[in-house]
Ligand binder design. Sequence first.
Ligand SMILES: Nc1ncnc2c1ncn2[C@@H]1O[C@H](COP(=O)(O)OP(=O)(O)OP(=O)(O)O)[C@@H](O)[C@H]1O
Ligand SMILES: CC(C)(CO)[C@@H](O)C(=O)NCCC(=O)O
Ligand SMILES: [K+]
Length: 244
Amino acid sequence: MILTVDVGNTRIKAAVFEGDKLLQHFVFMKEELQKNIENILKKFINTSHLVVASVGNVEKQAFLKFEKEVVVYFISHNDSFPFVNGYETPKTLGIDRMVLAAGATFQFPGKNRLVIDAGTCVTFDFVNENDKYLGGAIAPGLQLRYKSLHDFTAKLPLLSLESPKDLVGNSTSQSIHSGVVNGLVYEIDGFIDEYRGLCSNFIIILTGGDTEFLAKRLKNTIFANSNFLLESLNQTFQYKIKND
Ligand SMILES: Nc1ncnc2c1ncn2[C@@H]1O[C@H](COP(=O)(O)OP(=O)(O)OP(=O)(O)O)[C@@H](O)[C@H]1O
Ligand SMILES: CC(C)(CO)[C@@H](O)C(=O)NCCC(=O)O
Ligand SMILES: [K+]
């Protein structure tokens, strides 16, 4: 069994896999890392590897503590990936984006693939049908949009995510909900339309903490899977073992 851990900028996501099968997944905050990993390893005593992909600021030591029980491995830019990296600054490319691009390459061979990860940031990652990773986009996520409207103005309240009642926001809160939610939905649909105009045979994957909320609001047909990063991390690690 393999325990995969995705350290994001807001939360930590983890999942235990047996082969390709996801047995259970977990979401927790950075402060609860030790306790959660301990409990997971206690529950899944046959776990042999702990595989980490991190873009957040958690010390490696927090994972290395478990080295007595499992092999701890940090996925990095030095691993083998199933695509050619066409990013002009490959060393600054987020490891989460690389893992997502790898997962898309494994799961949808021969397609033009666009992965959208709606978390703290919304990232777009494009792998073309020749397995070349070309890059994409980085934009603020839903929570970050609410927060920045409040943090950088005098009068705007900090609201939490809510479905806007209408396109036309008829109050301060409804205007904010419309701006944040409708804004991001139009943005994602707009990106998808533009990408689809570039080439045919496109598959769109949506993942991240806001997957469910966004998926039902998009006009485009997408493949929604909030566990896509963890599944991709498991596949990337299997691929690495095979290529070692
Ligand atoms: N319980 C929750 N706590 C925080 N955010 C949540 C929760 N449930 C859903 N969300 C949504 O998830 C989004 C954050 O996504 P996610 O947890 O995937 O981000 P993350 O951990 O920072 O990952 P990444 O850094 O890869 O984006 C927020 O915009 C928020 O709306
Ligand atoms: C964009 C985020 C924050 C998304 O999690 C992460 O992938 C990251 O820190 N990336 C580094 C910059 C880049 O990907 O080009
Ligand atoms: K993200």
